[in-house]
Design a protein around this ligand. Structure first.
Ligand code: AMP
Ligand code: MG
Length: 335
């Protein structure tokens, strides 16, 4: 049986978090909010518990998990080579930034890192996530709380679609503030490498790391060939219907005609152009687009239309991260 317990996102009831921590101690998997998306988490030091995450998510074993910590002391337990980057980390943590370091601890079982010698670490800012990790005492390994390949869950309605009856506890703190997964930067290479764009914008990272490498795959769609980062060979964030991403909006009319049975995901500013549409947000507030994009994808697939068409955006700020997700989710990209 799954219990869904509501908490206040800013002042969560500690009783609920203590109960969650107790479940983690017993090797259970639970679902909790972070400032990016909902996470499905287990004790990062418990191999059997972490294996359950892969099973529940149907996640391929070669796609490693992010380890969530609440203090720099916990970072010291699991990572190596972070010392020169402490100033950088302190700027962004707690927050929506994941950093790859060399793995230190034998405490982190190989299943968490998919046998890699490196570990992905994040200190989340969401009061529920941060307090939960603190009360629990160990780091929590947690990927996004969605069945592998599906759009990430940004509210508990989505979580329930994918996991009702499969986990003991879901902590509901409402919508996740950013609605997009964390930015991932690999600091184990000669130069820092952006593995996934997210709420910490590339522009900001480049101010601190002018030498930041932004690999081609970050801008590409479905990847075919040898994966350069774990997980990138799979279709991600995908709705159950074909998704056509129209990057060149001058071609929209053509696309609408080619796929007449459609729903369009669009911005407020262009909504008058379409009969069947879902408004994802406004260009005046690009964060609104990020926050709603996954729920728009989940809503669109339920509209009874054959095709989902989505407007593309200029790759700036948070919209760079939105475009990264849409390209991975798309079955066709119109440029
Ligand atoms: P999710 O939380 O579902 O977005 O998945 C975690 C992401 O972190 C995946 O895209 C992984 O590829 C990435 N990741 C986790 N560990 C590592 C690592 N050691 N090296 C590179 N990427 C990683
Ligand atoms: Mg994910």
């Amino acid at each position: 049986m799954t219990r869904v317990l509501k908490v206040d996102p800013l002042f969560p009831d500690e009783k609920v978090l203590k109960e969650a921590a107790e479940l983690l101690r017993n090797g259970e998997v639970i679902i909790f909010p972070t400032e990016t998306v909902y996470g499905i988490g287990a004790d990062a030091y418990n191999e059997e518990a972490c294996k359950k995450i892969f099973k529940l998510k149907e996640r391929p074993a070669d796609n490693p998990l992010i380890v969530h910590i609440h203090s720099f002391k916990q970072l010291e337990e699991i990572a190596e080579g972070y010392e020169p980057h402490l100033d950088f980390l302190k700027k962004f943590w707690p927050g929506p930034l994941t950093v790859i370091f060399r793995k230190k601890s034998e405490k982190i079982p190989p299943v968490v890192t998919a046998d890699l010698p490196t570990v992905a670490v994040r200190m989340p800012a969401h009061p529920v996530a941060l307090k939960l990790i603190e009360l629990f005492g160990h780091p929590i390994a947690a990927p996004s709380a969605n069945i592998s390949g599906r759009p990430s869950a940004t509210n508990v309605k989505h979580v329930i679609e994918d996991f009702m009856g499969k986990v003991k506890l879901i902590i509901d703190a409402g919508d996740t503030p950013f609605g997009l997964e964390s930015t991932i930067v690999d600091l184990t290479k000669e130069k820092p490498v952006l593995l996934r764009p997210g709420p910490v914008e590339v522009e900001r990272l480049k101010e601190l790391f002018p030498e930041l490498v932004v690999p081609d795959f970050v801008r590409k769609g479905n990847f075919k060939g040898r994966p350069l980062a774990p997980g990138m060979k799979y279709r991600h964030y995908a709705p159950l219907k074909p998704l056509i991403l129209v990057e060149d909006l001058t071609k929209m009319e053509e696309v609408l005609k080619k796929y007449p049975d459609h729903v369009v995901i669009c911005v407020e500013e262009r909504k008058e152009l379409y009969d069947d549409r879902i408004v994802v947000g406004s260009l005046k507030n690009p964060y609104s687009i990020a926050q709603n994009i996954f729920s728009a994808l989940r809503e669109a697939e339920k509209m009874g239309k054959e095709y989902i068409i989505v407007e593309g955006f200029e790759e700036r700020g948070i919209l760079f991260a939105v475009m990264n997700r849409l390209r991975k989710a798309a079955t066709e990209i119109v440029r």
